[in-house]
Unconditional design. Sequence first.
Length: 329
Amino acid sequence: MKYRQFGRTELTVSEIGFGAWAIGGPAEVGGVAIGWGEADDTTSEQALRHALDLGITLYDTADFYGLGHSEELIGRVFGNRADVVIATKVGQKEQDGKIAIDYSRAHIMAACDDSLRRLRRDSIDFYQLHVAKLSHLEQGDCIEALRDLQQAGKIRYWGISLNTFAPEPEADFFLKHELGSGFQVVFNVLNQHIRPYLSAMHTQGYGLIARMPLQFGLLAGKFSTSTTFPPSDHRHYRVTPTIIDATNEALQPVWELCRTYEVSPAELSLSYILSHPEVSTVIPGIRTPEQADQNTRRIVQLSDQDRDFITGLYDLRFKPLVDMMKKQG
């Protein structure tokens, strides 16, 4: 495992982190699946421990994942140990049986205490607004709350997890006002929407977490039009046969590189992201020890030519797919 500095903070993080959404289990709110289907707690705990044995030190979760269950598992396994970096998020919640957003000062202050309790930690290493909108940032309560939590020592650093398909307004606001210490962004072979911002974020000293590196599993190269997902898995309505078919066709030129580097599609996908030095860590979703192995087994340095080849396919082949996914929800 290799490690990178998280922006200008004192945090050092593993290049491969642990995306802990799936271990939250099959939660739903108002009949809408907010998880990745069934998850076994014993297996999830084994995955967390094995990941640390492999050198993974960054664990990213949210208070909304499994409605707190993901945080509870991480707290049960790691507690307050100092050799792991815990990132979590705030702003989404269940209210009256529906998904609600709340970036009020009162909610953030109370939610942070709840996350600390579930995580069994004295302090959260990196606390993120969970895809807050520009209007929330301009209103200012959420920024004030994060600064006060940092001053109180309940969080070490803070930032924002940006919107999947339209990250620009919030990214611009943070950069203009030099807020926080890091961004969590969607960045992968298919969705390169944030790429024009990477240089400015890096130059201004922000740490960068790249989420959805395998785009719901589409970049693992294992889905066919017969692939289905249970209703408890949010991909049930997002990853349709039409999207799978179009994605598999669009990615054929990329998968040719797998033979060159002797890697799997998933390994190539992770390697592409990490070939951008602006990225601090990549967080594939992990729910089993085997997946921890698979996501850390073989990361290779792509040549500038091959990295640029993949990047060059975005406008021509991938952006129309991303637009299709945006319409799907």
